[in-house]
Design a protein around this ligand. Structure first.
Ligand SMILES: Cc1ncc(COP(=O)(O)O)c(C=O)c1O
Length: 349
């Protein structure tokens, strides 16, 4: 604590990312990264020519990437906003849409960055408890609100909502911005991008960090009505005109161009997830249904102790000591070999 800190900085409880170990040889199942590399096309295009162009500033609007995403999702480029990771897109949208007199709504158990952004940007929030079975029930969300945000599927529970449920939430809340954070949508959910033309208050946020294996590049985007995108642009252009560097834009466009590779790697993750789920259930774990690239599991014994045991055996998983979920672990889906190693270490205990 320094006397030079502002009052806001004094009050902050910053987000704590999962461990990025500096030692080799660990099986990393703690931060929901993709176990497979990005498309080989990314590697081909990040070449000497791309590096030579680094002396120039990037396109402040990342237009090539907007066009690639717009083409992929059958929307217009002016319905797409690009940011430096979806965390940045989320931060900008909190500033653009959530500074209202009324509180915004999000689940009590969810992506912990939402709470941090509320502190940072001084946004009032009302957290809505998940049901006892860890599902989100939109009937619990009051219509008096300054905005709504939730991940679909939710994190860390991995459980998703149907498009029909999201649509009825939108119908009940025409006056506030509803943000669907689809970081994990490609592993089994149904994207709400299909609804943006009908709901001018819907903003869908996605990332290339998970299903497209580009966490190290930091690319995220939002899709919504062009007026919402305009609002985001106003904030972005008051903060950092060039959120995406040249290499990141090239890599992201390449990732969207290689559909075969994308489908193949996401299907592999889904198949491994289902196999791991069965194996864990057979060992007495409670496993929540997952539409994501991770499993949220309640082991038979103490979860924190099990995490420490796995760490001692060179396997990293994530434990949250928050109320209601301290008996659970979040396990990212790795390669088949990594998950086999996890299962054999668990069996050896
Ligand atoms: C629900 C959710 N949203 C957003 C993000 C941020 O992703 P990124 O900033 O890598 O795009 C994450 C990362 O783990 C997440 O779990």
């Amino acid at each position: 604590m320094s006397r030079y800190w502002s009052e806001v900085v004094r009050q902050l409880e910053p987000y704590v990312p999962g461990e990025q170990p500096q030692i080799d040889g660990l099986i990393k199942l703690n931060t929901n990264e993709n176990p497979y590399p990005p498309s080989p096309r990314v590697h081909q295009l990040l070449n000497e020519q791309a590096c030579a162009r680094l002396r120039l500033y990037p396109d402040p609007n990342s237009l090539q990437l907007k066009k690639a995403i717009a083409g992929y999702y059958q929307v217009q480029p002016d319905q797409v906003f690009i940011g430096n990771g979806s965390d940045e897109v989320l931060a900008l949208l909190f500033m653009a849409f959530f500074k209202q007199a009324k509180p915004i709504l999000f689940p009590d158990i969810t992506y912990s960055f939402y709470k941090v952004y509320c502190q940072l940007f001084q946004v009032n929030a009302q957290v809505i408890p998940l049901r006892d079975d860890f599902t989100i029930d939109f009937a619990d969300y009051p219509s008096e609100n300054g905005g709504i945000i939730f991940p679909n599927p939710n994190a860390p529970t991995a459980m998703g909502k149907s498009l029909a449920e999201i649509e009825s939430l939108l119908q009940r809340n025409p006056d506030s911005v509803v943000v669907v954070d689809e970081a994990y949508i490609d592993f089994g959910g149904e994207s709400a991008i299909a609804l943006i033309d009908r709901y001018p208050n819907l903003l869908v946020v996605q990332t290339l960090s998970k299903s497209r294996a580009l966490a190290g590049m930091r690319v995220g985007f939002a899709v919504g009505n062009s007026e919402l995108i305009n609002g985001l642009d106003r904030v972005k252009n008051s903060f950092n005109s060039y959120p995406l560097d040249r290499l990141a834009e090239v890599a992201a466009v390449a990732a969207f161009e290689d559909e075969d590779y994308f489908q193949e790697s996401r299907q592999k993750v889904i198949a491994t997830r289902e196999r791991t789920r069965e194996q864990l259930e057979a060992m007495g774990f409670v496993v929540l249904p997952s539409q994501a690239n991770f499993l949220f599991v309640q082991p038979p014994g103490d979860a924190a102790e099990l995490m420490a045991y796995l760490r001692a055996n060179k396997i990293l998983v994530r434990h949250f000591s928050a109320p209601r979920i301290q008996d659970f672990l979040r396990i990212t889906i790795g390669t088949d070999a990594e998950m086999e190693q996890l299962i054999s270490v668990l069996r050896a205990r």
